[in-house]
Design a protein. Structure first.
Length: 414
């Protein structure tokens, strides 16, 4: 019980990521623990000793905090708001010392408030968890001081602000955040849990009109593999620049071959899936869902001395020079093309064993499937299995779309 307050703040910071202007509003701190950490498989696994583990953390808190469980329970049954003007990037949250992360958030916050008036228990946490010294009715931090102001309905820290958590929100966490998706605009957001999934909803005004939308249902019957997937519409020219950055060796032989293959793609614009392997940063594939001019491809192959073969309905050839860079293969049928670093022996396994997209848990988590501008998927099942010998089927998905001059992002964490 003693570790819950700090652990809740850790989860909040990880979920929210980074921003330059942030409001974090929590209706009830204990509900975050009960509904998020205890119900969502990914966060429950992170919290477990079998997962990343907090055993050292729990032992430390048990030894440090002097308040009894009744006082801590009462403290957790309160609301909390955090306001910050600082900018935090992803790397700030990779520090394995979570107490340092929490100290940084508190030190750099503009102010924070709580509906609790139990200054004694809060003092226990501030002094014994965060190691703040207390003198002259204020806490001393590395960046200054934290004064405590007693208000009618709670406590305000750093600045003398009203404790005004009176909104009748049904959400676990809500507020606003700027630059969360690195787009220099402000988002309203809320998080809640349903069916053991943490769902986050972001909304922002926009004056931009994105014509590069697609329907994810068009890929239902496809076999798409990879631990990290990014799905969006691209043009031929953008695809060329994108794929060359990650894959194509920059030798004349490979570039000329790639130009020939690119010209054989029928559509000027098509759905592309960028597929990565979490465990192997040299294993990636690019799915192009556009019909190929098979006659043109065959004419090209007849003029080149390239390694060729067949995998079921897919033909393939080696695109890159055999002595330059990572081997690049092209797998194709009459509907799609896959540019991949996977050798034919491995690709045979993927094409034979992977389920169709519509049967994947990640696909089924999408709430918005039409007029999408981008889809992001991080499937952690294989990573946990290899790194922690876990059977956790955890994943994170995100849908990006626009409606009536407003941008939306739906995030699902299982």
């Amino acid at each position: 019980m003693k570790f819950r307050l700090s652990l809740v703040l850790i989860i909040i910071s990880v979920v929210l990521g980074y921003s330059s202007t942030t409001e974090i509003k929590i209706k009830n701190i204990k509900n975050i623990y009960d509904k998020v950490i205890n119900e969502v498989p990914l966060l429950r696994f992170i919290n477990s000793k079998e997962g990343i583990g907090y055993s050292y953390f729990l032992k430390f808190l048990d030894n440090q905090i002097t308040s009894d469980s009744t006082s801590l329970n009462k403290l957790l049954n309160n609301s909390l708001e955090i306001y910050s003007n600082e900018e935090y990037i992803f790397n700030d949250f990779l520090n394995p010392n979570y107490l340092q992360i929490l100290k940084k958030l508190i030190d750099e916050s503009e102010y924070f408030t709580t509906t609790s008036k139990d200054a004694t228990t809060i003092n226990d946490v501030m002094k014994n968890v965060f190691n703040y010294e207390y003198e002259d009715e204020k806490y001393i931090t590395g960046n200054g001081e934290i004064r405590v102001f007693e208000k009618e309905n709670g406590l305000s820290f750093i600045k003398n602000k009203e404790v005004n958590i009176s909104e009748q929100s049904t959400y676990l966490i809500y507020g606003k955040i700027k630059n969360f998706f690195n787009e220099n605009k402000e988002w309203n957001y809320n998080f809640d849990v349903k069916n053991r999934t943490l769902n986050g909803y972001f909304e922002s005004e926009t004056n931009e009109y994105n014509e590069n939308v697609f329907n994810i249902v068009d890929l239902e019957e496809q076999k798409i593999f990879g631990d990290i997937l990014k799905i969006n519409m691209v043009t031929k020219n953008k695809f060329k620049n994108y794929i060359q950055e990650f894959m194509i060796p920059h030798d004349e032989f490979s570039n000329k071959n790639f130009e020939n293959i690119l010209s054989g793609i029928s559509d000027d614009e098509f759905i592309m899936v960028d597929s990565r392997n979490i465990l192997d940063d040299e294993e990636y594939s690019f799915f192009v869902f556009s019909q190929l001019d098979l006659d043109q491809i065959q004419y090209f192959l007849d003029r080149k001395n390239l390694l060729q073969g067949q995998l079921g309905s897919f033909s393939y050839f080696r695109l890159s020079h055999k002595e330059v860079g990572i081997p690049i293969y092209v797998y194709y049928d009459n509907k799609e093309t896959i540019f991949s670093t996977l050798i034919p022996e491995d690709m045979r396994i993927y094409l034979g064993e992977v389920n169709r997209f519509k049967y994947l848990r990640t696909y089924q988590s999408f709430e918005k499937k039409e007029n999408i501008s981008k889809i992001m998927i991080i499937d952690l099942e294989r990573y946990f299995s290899n790194k922690f010998y876990s059977t956790s089927g955890s994943f994170i998905t995100a849908e990006f779309f626009s409606v009536n001059k407003r941008d939306y992002v739906n995030i699902h964490i299982k």
